[in-house]
Design a protein around this ligand. Structure first.
Ligand SMILES: [Zn+2]
Length: 225
C-alpha cells in the first residue's frame, strides 16, 4: 500500500547541518485512528509525527522527513535534549495504556518494517538509536510499551534485541545506573525507578517492575555504550 499524504502544519526546519540519527516509535494513545490523525494535523495541538500507521497497515505521511516534526517533546538521550531535531517519528495507532492497550496487529507491524527499513536505508541511524518514546521521556511516557514487538523488528534489521546471558550477579544500583547512562538514558537522578521501567518496557517486557534484577543487568551488559 502506497502512503497517503495528509500534511500536518506542525513542523519547522531542522537545525542547519543536523543529521537524522534516531528513529523514534510511538503509539497514538487515542480512541481511533481518525481522532489521532485529526490531532496530529491540528495547528492548536502543536504535535505531529512524520508518519502514522493504522492497525490495518495503512501509512499516512504527515511531515516531510527533511523537516522537524513535533513528536518527542521534552526528552533526553545520550545528553541530547532536542530529540525532534535529529529524529524521524512514527506513530502507531493503538489506544494505549489510557484507552485499552492492545497488541499491535501483524499488518501494522509488517507496514512498519517496510517503512523503517526504507528510512534506515536513507539515514545514518545506528541500531542502538531505534528507540521508543518512553526511552527518551521515561518520566512522562510509556509508548510504544511492553506489547511492542522489538524482537520481531530486530529480526528484520531494525533496532536491537540483545539475547542476554542466562546468569549474572544481582547488580548494585550504581552499576545499573552507570550502564543505563552509558547506553543513553537520561533522568537517572530524577527518577531511577521510572527509567528502569522504561528500559524494561523496551528490553525486558515481561518484567516491567521498575526494579532492576539480575536479568536487567544481563541484558544491559549486552548493549553498546
Ligand atoms: Zn509518543
Amino acid at each position: 500500500m502506497a502512503p497517503r499524504d495528509r500534511p500536518s502544519p506542525n513542523f519547522d526546519a531542522r537545525p542547519a547541518g543536523q543529521a537524522v540519527d534516531m528513529l523514534l516509535l510511538h503509539y497514538t494513545g487515542m480512541e481511533s485512528e481518525e481522532a489521532a490523525l485529526a490531532r496530529l494535523c491540528d495547528p492548536a495541538a502543536k504535535v505531529s509525527a512524520h508518519y502514522c500507521i493504522g492497525e490495518d497497515g495503512g501509512v499516512t505521511r504527515l511531515v516531510d522527513e527533511a523537516a522537524r516534526a513535533w513528536h518527542a517533546g521534552a526528552g533526553l538521550w545520550a545528553g541530547a535534549s532536542d530529540i525532534n531535531a535529529r529524529s524521524i517519528g512514527i506513530e502507531l495507532v493503538n489506544p494505549g495504556h489510557e484507552f485499552g492497550y492492545r497488541a499491535f496487529p501483524q499488518d501494522q507491524i509488517a507496514a512498519l518494517i517496510v517503512l523503517a527499513q526504507d528510512i534506515l536505508s536513507r539515514h545514518p541511524i545506528p541500531a542502538a538509536r531505534v528507540l521508543g518514546h518512553a526511552d527518551v521521556a521515561p518520566l512522562r511516557k510509556q509508548d510504544p510499551g511492553e506489547l511492542f514487538p522489538w524482537a520481531r523488528l530486530a529480526a528484520a534489521g531494525i533496532g536491537l534485541w540483545p539475547e542476554a546471558p542466562p546468569e549474572a550477579p544481582v547488580p548494585e544500583a550504581a552499576a545499573i545506573k552507570h550502564r543505563l547512562a552509558a547506553f543513553g538514558y537520561g533522568y537517572l537522578e530524577e527518577d531511577f525507578e521510572a527509567v528502569v521501567r522504561a528500559f524494561q518496557r523496551h528490553f525486558q517486557p515481561r518484567n516491567v517492575t521498575g526494579i532492576a534484577d539480575a536479568r536487567t543487568a544481563a541484558i544491559l551488559q549486552t548493549l553498546p555504550d
